[in-house]
Design a protein around this ligand. Structure first.
Ligand code: HMH
Length: 208
């Protein structure tokens, strides 16, 4: 099994994770402000949680993957500053509580610590690939949101996602049947949580 096989096998669920009315709203400029603001605040908190997950993954990754994951970690830290700037421009408070959907995603990330490495790296690949595809579907993006679309569709980011795919493929290649099953399970959980994340944002009514 290779990472890309998971996309084929679970095409409908992957579509639901990466195509969403939220993203159409970003493309067309029809998104309610509250939805975008709720997404922005919650995604900042998600990236903070991602920083924890990714830093815990480095010591147990094979040597060949450590530079890739550490590079991703540094990019996430920079992304937090970027989110802080974007929140300031919109006068948003980033010290909000996590929405239950985001709290569930956080628990999943924490749980990945006890999953076999092939499952954890497959999850990381799926998380990043989901954003690459989702924001690509919103291209070029309404001018109000264009910088967000550009942020997750750069060649650099696409290159990072390819690197993660290679790491996931290598880990799956050497994985046991049980480990592959765990990887498929974490992939499906990422797909569900990504879809829920868009739903969360779109159903937010003010006071994000
Ligand atoms: C919900 N999924 C979500 N937020 C993100 N920032 C990414 C993936 C990409 O890191």
């Amino acid at each position: 099994m290779r990472a890309l096989d998971l996309l084929d096998r679970h095409e409908a669920r992957w579509q639901a994770a990466t195509r969403h009315p939220f993203l159409e709203g970003v493309r067309e400029g029809t998104l309610p402000d509250e939805a975008f603001e709720a997404w922005l605040v919650q995604d900042y908190l998600f990236v903070l949680d991602g920083l924890g997950f990714q830093s815990r993954l480095i010591p147990r990754a094979p040597r060949t993957d450590q530079a890739l994951i550490a590079g991703g970690l540094v990019a996430l830290e920079g992304e937090l500053s970027w989110f802080e700037d974007k929140a300031k421009e919109r006068e948003l408070d980033l010290e909000a509580p996590r929405h239950p959907t985001n709290a569930a995603y956080r628990e999943f990330l924490i749980g990945l610590e006890t999953e076999p490495y092939p499952a954890a790296i497959t999850a990381l690949w799926a998380i990043e690939r989901a954003y690459l595809e989702a924001w690509t579907s919103a291209r070029p993006g309404h001018p109000d949101y264009r910088e967000f679309v550009e942020h997750w569709t750069t060649p650099d980011f696409a290159g990072y996602v390819s690197g993660l795919e290679g790491a996931a493929d290598a880990a799956l290649e050497g994985a046991s049947g049980d480990e592959r099953e765990r990887a498929e399970e974490t992939f499906l959980t990422v797909a569900r949580l990504e879809r829920d994340f868009w739903e969360m944002a779109l159903s937010s009514e003010g006071g994000a």
